[in-house]
Design a protein around this ligand. Structure first.
Ligand code: HEC
Ligand code: HEC
Ligand code: HEC
Ligand code: HEC
Ligand code: HEC
Length: 484
């Protein structure tokens, strides 16, 4: 009976305040959906990003907001009389008059009861919301077009089963908060459509730290060299297949049984390499400092380093080299046009039997398009016209061309996103040096960074790999290895 009275009291309280009424309406409307959806999500782990978005970014906060309004309305804005709640005299009356005190007790009881229920709901909600916001679905798909390039490139990478947060959010609460603040800012930017196109690389923000990679990889335990065989296709009529064969000196960061050597020598605990870059994206590096285990230091500088560093202003930063200075694109791998097409030809997706397909494909994918739809249509048009004109007699022409078109379109759409201003080569990959020997390793290894005693950071082709074959149709080394 007592409970019934409290409830009546409570409903009465709510009905006297407009704020509470609105709150109660919101709660009533959202509750069945919120619970139903949350239950469904818990049981079936629904992957649709908008489903999660609807629950955790819209329904949930609306529900909580509604609850808050009920309380605020019921206890503080119930009209004239309640304003006295804040005066000492009024409070004294409350506690001394048995009648009023009874009412207070009931109110307190009700608050405790409702708060306990809410606490359970709230924890459940927070827990589910936390998981949702940590999911690849949320990170990669909620902001559909915005993250589409990163998601596509990620799905085509070796890390496609590593969750976005494993790399982008470090350990500890401060990272969580940092990422959510940044996330909230990003959501606003998406809503207002003010986000940058392409999305800026988080060189100074949510870029992963070395410890992140070392959760899974241990360069101390790497060892030896790795044979790398690249299949490529020339732009002649036969699309001649050639090989580059390199022995990569992957090396090791060194541990108890081996000393540091080769490429991963840079991340050995006893070597500290730091550098000063003069631009935001760390492409221009005039000064590199190597500190050895015994404390000795070597500084390598370009001839105009002092001038560049002096005029660089606030952009000049001192940074200790880590994994990401080389592996800046471990998961968002956008290939150069040639490599994307070579891979598709090697896989047979683009038929190598079609004369000049490498040359023609390269030409159409390199043209400028304003959207992916336009690109796909143009690729189809131009290739079918070119083959109709130049190879009208080719047996099975139509079939081959149709297949080639699909392959070329895929090579394009996996790597180019005109809506986000991402073209071939927008994001530079620092593992390597590009065909022009100027990016990646060559930011330092260009023989132009000189120490005071005349040493340089080596650009010798055999520092990092042994070139076993370059553009050869049938490299001797492969014949030997395959025992042909
Ligand atoms: C293996 C680690 C790793 C995983 C997994 C990963 N990222 Fe990244 N991400 C990086 C690194 C490293 C960079 C910085 C690239 C640079 O500095 O050039 C980056 C950059 C970005 C950028 C900035 C734009 C750009 O391409 O430079 C966005 C946006 C992004 N990641 C979103 C995502 C999303 C969404 C997911 C999950 C679908 C994800 N990342 C998964 C490592 C990762
Ligand atoms: C949660 C575990 C995990 C984390 C964190 C992680 N990786 Fe990996 N990484 C893997 C796995 C698993 C593979 C092997 C995938 C395969 O072979 O299919 C891999 C492969 C690689 C490769 C070989 C790539 C290739 O194309 O063959 C490189 C390089 C690499 N990771 C670098 C990094 C860097 C740099 C980071 C930090 C930004 C990082 N990883 C973070 C699990 C991880
Ligand atoms: C100086 C540049 C550089 C640094 C720094 C660096 N790596 Fe590498 N890493 C490379 C290169 C180059 C390769 C070989 C790539 C290839 O085979 O094409 C490689 C290969 C790898 C591989 C694949 C190994 C294999 O046997 O295939 C993994 C995993 C990896 N690195 C992880 C890391 C991690 C983790 C760190 C940081 C602790 C790191 N690397 C630091 C340049 C670097
Ligand atoms: C920030 C500058 C910097 C970058 C970028 C850089 N290196 Fe180095 N690297 C150095 C320095 C400094 C040395 C030591 C030179 C010396 O001792 O004469 C070195 C030495 C090396 C060595 C010899 C290690 C040994 O066994 O003594 C190899 C191999 C190497 N780098 C490979 C690479 C590769 C591959 C890349 C690109 C993926 C790369 N480096 C990018 C600064 C850099
Ligand atoms: C500081 C280290 C370093 C030096 C010096 C260096 N390279 Fe490389 N090179 C690399 C790395 C790392 C890769 C692998 C890139 C990758 O995995 O995609 C590479 C890849 C290559 C490839 C293969 C490209 C492909 O995908 O088929 C060729 C060819 C090549 N290098 C030629 C040279 C030549 C010629 C020189 C001398 C002028 C040279 N390199 C100097 C680090 C180096």
């Amino acid at each position: 009976m007592g409970q019934f009275e409290i409830l009546k009291d409570f409903v009465f309280g709510i009905s006297r305040s407009r704020v509470s009424l609105i709150g109660a309406m919101i709660v009533t409307v959202t509750t069945p959906f919120l619970f139903g959806y949350m239950l469904a999500d818990t049981v079936w782990h629904i992957k649709n990003p908008y489903f999660g978005g609807a629950i955790y970014l819209a329904l949930g906060p609306a529900f909580l907001g509604g609850l808050a309004m009920i309380f605020v309305g019921a206890f503080f804005f119930r009209g004239q009389r309640e304003v006295h709640l804040f005066t000492l005299q009024y409070l004294r009356k409350y506690f001394t008059e048995p009648d009023m005190f009874g009412r207070l007790r009931k109110n307190v009881f009700l608050i405790v009861l409702l708060t306990s229920v809410n606490f359970v709901v709230f924890s459940m909600f927070l827990y589910r919301a936390y998981h949702y916001m940590e999911s690849t679905t949320f990170c990669g798909q909620f902001c559909h077009t915005v993250m589409n390039p990163e998601l596509t490139a990620y799905q085509n990478s070796a890390h496609s089963r590593v969750a976005c947060v494993e790399c982008h959010i470090g350990a500890g609460a401060d990272w969580f908060v940092k990422s959510k603040i940044s996330g909230a800012r990003q959501l606003l930017a998406v809503a207002a459509s003010t986000y940058p196109r392409p999305i800026e690389t988080p060189v100074h923000g949510l870029r992963p730290a070395r410890e992140t990679c070392e959760q899974c990889h241990r360069p101390e335990l790497f060892h030896g060299d790795k044979l790398s065989v690249d299949r490529r296709f020339l732009d002649d009529e036969q699309n001649t297949e050639v090989y580059d064969v390199l022995l990569m000196k992957v090396g090791s960061a060194g541990d108890r049984v081996q000393s540091s050597h080769g490429i991963h020598w840079h991340v050995a605990p006893q070597n500290k390499i730091s550098y000063r870059a003069t631009d935001h994206s760390r492409m221009v590096i005039p000064e590199v400092r190597l500190t050895r285990e015994d404390g000795s230091e070597v500084v390598f500088k370009t001839d105009d380093a002092d001038k560049q560093l002096a005029t660089g202003g606030t952009l000049v930063e001192d940074r200790e080299m880590d994994c990401i200075d080389c592996h800046n694109r471990p998961s968002h791998v956008y290939l150069p046009a040639e490599e994307a097409l070579d891979n598709k030809i090697a896989e047979g997706v683009i038929p190598v039997a079609l004369p000049f397909i490498k040359q023609q494909a390269l030409e159409v994918v390199n043209a400028e398009y304003t959207s992916r739809e336009e690109a796909k249509a143009e690729i189809a048009d131009r290739l079918s016209n070119w083959y109709a004109k130049n190879y009208p007699q080719l047996p099975d022409r139509e079939q081959l061309v149709v297949k080639a078109i699909a392959g070329v379109q895929t090579a394009y759409t996996e790597n180019v996103f005109p809506e986000m201003n991402i073209g071939w080569g927008t994001y530079v990959n620092h593992v390597g040096h590009g065909p022009d020997f100027e990016v990646g390793c060559f930011r330092c290894h260009d023989d132009m960074h000189v120490s005071s005693d005349g040493q340089t950071i080596s650009a010798d082709c055999n520092t990092c790999h042994t070139l076993l074959a370059l553009e050869e149709e049938s490299p001797e080394i492969l014949q030997t290895l395959r025992d042909e």
